[in-house]
Design a binder for this molecule. Structure first.
Ligand SMILES: [Zn+2]
Length: 535
């Protein structure tokens, strides 16, 4: 006997066998039983949730001579004829290229059925119908013949014209729960004489994301590849993913700050010919699970995992802060979406790994980000200038000696508010966070200094702070203040306070005129006196 796909084998023949959609099947059974079936339905929901299957059962139920509790009896002449009757018309709007043929078919709805009681149109991916086809459908729905039933199945109900929707009864199919999928796949596989272990079934159910057809076709592929005894490891192989212990090991490396080990594990993924995108998505899901474990504790229901895996998530999450987990999820999600569009997806993922493994380096990355924004700003401003905007520059200000300008720290040439807005780089949330971190660290240091020298601490209130690499830069408007902080005993107090507060960062003091190539300096160079540096 030829091998029959599990999905075909499984296809339910009764409403009662449709999994996870009781809210729909119960209503339909009642309608059939009471003879109040509508003439048009929209079945919406993601793929593989049972829309077409339910439509086919309904097509038989409305034709059945003596339905049992709203279910087709499966024995009467109509039930038997329904299997290949010309009166049950299935259209796939997605693959049907001759869209006007679809229209012609719909136009024929007014003719009475050949054999059955009702002519049933099941239109798959109905949102793909052409405009003429929708118009033909609308005409029929406005004055529906007694003998016609339309069932529009769609994954995108929002793309169906409102005029059509308002004439249909709409049912939303839910994604099928992991438990339901597992039990269904298990029974289908057993009937096929094969065996998949429990972890394997869970992996399949999670990968299918609520779609029964996907779950069964994954199981099919696994049996085709691995024979009648399939383990979780085989399934990871078929799906192109890595087994969970590998994900735990890689996450361990990232959490422990071992970027080298994490990058090496990526290398082994590639060596095994696995899909990097799948691996990146798996890592993102893994860190999401850690974050949820951190926030909610035991949550097998949310994560659909075994109690054993849950315990491992909780343990791993306990070694990592919430913020770090959150930024790891962000970094990995960025990588997943970025990898699709880049010619070097591997580099994208490696850089995400390095960012997660060394959170301290994030400060540097931010400085880079600031530089990038500054460059974008220069380009923008150049374009504005080209476009004929002129910005007045008082000659006296331009010729003033540079040293004096910075020392007096007087407000210089200001530009019109609108232009100022264009010119000033808007700090992004990360940069803002870095800035507030820098301020907070400096406040801690300043309080330590206050004990030794209150006056100096007050002078230290007016400054710019910035994290650069693993150093905190504090810059004062005047050199004299900076010099006071640079005295050895003050420097030591400041350094000790910062080390204690920041996990070993070093402190640097400077005055506005002592800055080495800072962002502000670059901006001044680029714009001359057109720009005012605001603290
Ligand atoms: Zn029947």
């Amino acid at each position: 006997m030829a091998y029959q796909a599990l999905y075909r084998k499984y296809r339910p023949q009764l409403f009662a066998d449709v999994l996870g959609q009781e809210h729909i099947t119960t209503t339909l059974k009642n309608q059939v039983e009471s003879g109040r079936v509508s003439h048009a339905y929209v079945f919406s929901g993601s793929r593989g949730t049972g829309k077409t299957t339910t439509a086919k059962i309904l097509a038989r139920a409305v034709n059945c001579v003596h339905p049992v509790n709203g279910e087709p009896c499966g024995e009467c002449e109509y039930c038997l004829a329904a299997a290949d009757s010309a009166d049950i018309i299935e259209l796939d709007a997605a693959s049907n290229n001759g869209v006007d043929d679809v229209r012609a078919i719909i136009d024929k709805a007014r003719f009475t059925p050949l054999k059955l009681k009702k002519k049933v149109y099941i239109i798959d991916e109905a949102h793909m119908l052409s405009r003429p086809a929708f118009n033909a459908l609308l005409k029929t729905l406005e004055e529906p013949p007694e003998h016609v039933l339309f069932i529009l199945a769609t994954t995108e109900p929002q793309s169906i014209p409102a005029t059509i929707l308002s004439r249909c009864q709409r049912f939303d199919f839910h994604r099928i729960g992991v438990e339901d999928i597992i039990s269904c796949v298990r029974s289908a596989v057993t009937k096929a004489g094969a065996e998949i272990d429990d972890e394997g079934l869970l992996v399949i159910a999670r990968a299918a994301e609520g779609g029964m057809r996907d779950a069964l076709s994954i199981a099919d592929q696994c049996i085709a590849f691995c024979g009648n005894k399939v383990s979780a490891r085989d399934i990871y192989g078929v799906l192109g993913g890595m087994d969970s212990s590998f994900l735990f090991t890689t996450a361990d490396a990232l959490i422990n700050g071992d970027a080298a080990l994490a990058v090496r594990s990526l290398d082994s993924v590639i060596e095994q010919g696995r899909d990097m995108g799948v691996f990146a998505a798996d890592m993102a899901k893994h860190f999401r699970a850690l974050l949820i474990a951190k926030l909610c504790g035991r949550s097998e229901d949310i994560l659909s995992c075994t109690p054993d895996t849950m315990a491992r998530y909780i343990e791993q999450a306990s070694r990592c802060g919430e913020t770090r987990l959150r930024s790891a999820v962000d970094a990995l999600m960025d990588a997943v979406s970025g990898m699709r569009y880049l010619s070097l997806p591997r580099v994208r993922l490696e850089s995400a790994f390095i960012r997660i493994a060394s959170p301290d380096k994030a400060a540097e990355a931010d400085a880079n980000g600031l530089m990038e924004r500054l460059e974008a700003m220069e380009t923008k401003l150049a374009a504005i200038e080209k476009g004929g905007f002129t910005i007045a520059q008082p000659a006296a200000q331009v010729s003033a000696p540079a040293a004096e300008q910075t020392q007096t720290a007087e407000p210089r040439q200001t530009i019109a508010p609108q232009q100022a807005e264009t010119a000033r780089a808007k700090p992004q949330p990360e940069a803002k966070l870095q800035q507030s971190n820098a301020k907070a660290l400096w406040e801690t240091v300043r309080r330590a200094i206050q004990i030794k020298n209150p006056t100096l601490a007050v002078l230290g209130m007016k400054c710019e702070c910035q994290i650069e690499g693993d150093a905190l830069f504090v810059r004062f408007p005047k050199r004299t203040i900076a010099d006071a902080f640079l005295k050895p005993e003050m420097l030591k107090v400041a350094q000790d306070a910062l080390s204690a507060a920041s996990n070993g960062m070093s402190i640097r003091f400077g005055a506005a005129e002592m800055k080495n190539e800072s962002v502000a300096e670059k901006a001044k160079k680029a714009f001359g006196s057109m720009i005012e540096i605001v603290e």
